[in-house]
Design a protein around this ligand. Structure first.
Ligand code: ZN
Ligand code: FE
Length: 255
């Protein structure tokens, strides 16, 4: 039986995610921005939390862990990189590790840049990527702890996943990302189509997530830093992709 995935808003603009295995009744929360909405979503479904899969140490991703751990006695999985403290961790996971959620398997990709410890979780059987603050729809996370080549490498890792995989990211930033992306690629038809869709979804107060990785590859300018047309639009013809990516990120920071 296929897994069930639920998404719901947390804090100001974070997403909370539950993934549930009907066969074993195991349920994981991907990150835990705050406890209350996670508990509410669990109770609505009649699910019990068995695991929390943490992507990185930022407060808006781990704020609810202690309370959820106390309430459910769930297992807490966190990045292997221990430089930044995360409390209540039971299991450390890094590149290539496979984490079990009941009968579901989550493959771990190390995707540093936003933070040095950032990991993403891939459920191949569900064609689902939980990329937190590495890859957003039509955007990417700010590069706080790593550098631009490191973040670009992480984005390439995620871009290598198949087109029919769904992206579940950490924040509802899509509208702002679209606005910026259009300044770089005003004539990108896939981006224009996504812009219309995002305007409609937000007007209906609906989330813009999930989105297909194949669509992101065509419309997300941060995944397109190695496209000659993107370099040309930044007057960086011939520059290497990581440098083009860095310029994109800096322009977005100032936008
Ligand atoms: Zn973050
Ligand atoms: Fe975040």
């Amino acid at each position: 039986m296929a897994a069930e995935i639920r998404l719901f808003p947390c804090l100001t603009d974070n997403f909370g995610y539950l993934i549930h295995d009907p066969a074993t009744k195991a349920t994981a929360s991907i990150d835990a921005p705050e406890a209350a909405p996670v508990i509410k979503a669990l109770e609505r479904e009649g699910w019990t939390l068995t695991d929390i899969l943490i992507t990185h140490h930022h407060g808006d991703h781990v704020g609810g862990v202690a309370e959820l751990k106390q309430k459910y006695g769930c297992r807490v999985v966190a990045p292997r990189d221990k430089a930044a403290k995360i409390a209540d961790v039971d299991l450390r996971a890094g590149q290539g590790d496979v984490v079990k959620v009941g009968g579901l398997l989550a493959r771990v990709l190390e995707t540093p840049g936003h933070t040095l410890d950032h990991i993403s979780y891939v459920f191949d059987s569900e064609k689902a990527l939980f990329a937190a603050d590495t890859l957003f729809s039509i955007g990417c996370g700010r590069v706080f702890e790593g550098d631009y080549p490191m973040m670009w490498d992480s984005l390439l890792k995620l871009r290598a996943l198949p087109d029919d995989f769904k992206l579940y990211c950490g924040h509802e930033y899509t509208a702002s990302n679209v606005k910026f992306a259009l300044t770089v690629e005003p004539d990108n038809a896939a981006l224009q189509a996504r812009a219309e869709e995002v305007t409609r979804l937000r007007a209906e107060n609906k989330p813009t997530i999930p989105t297909l990785l194949g669509d992101e590859k065509k419309a997300n300018v941060f995944l397109r830093a190695d496209e000659p047309s993107v370099a040309a639009s930044l007057r960086m013809k011939g520059a290497d992709a990581a440098a083009v990516f860095g310029e994109l990120r800096e322009r977005k920071n100032k936008s």
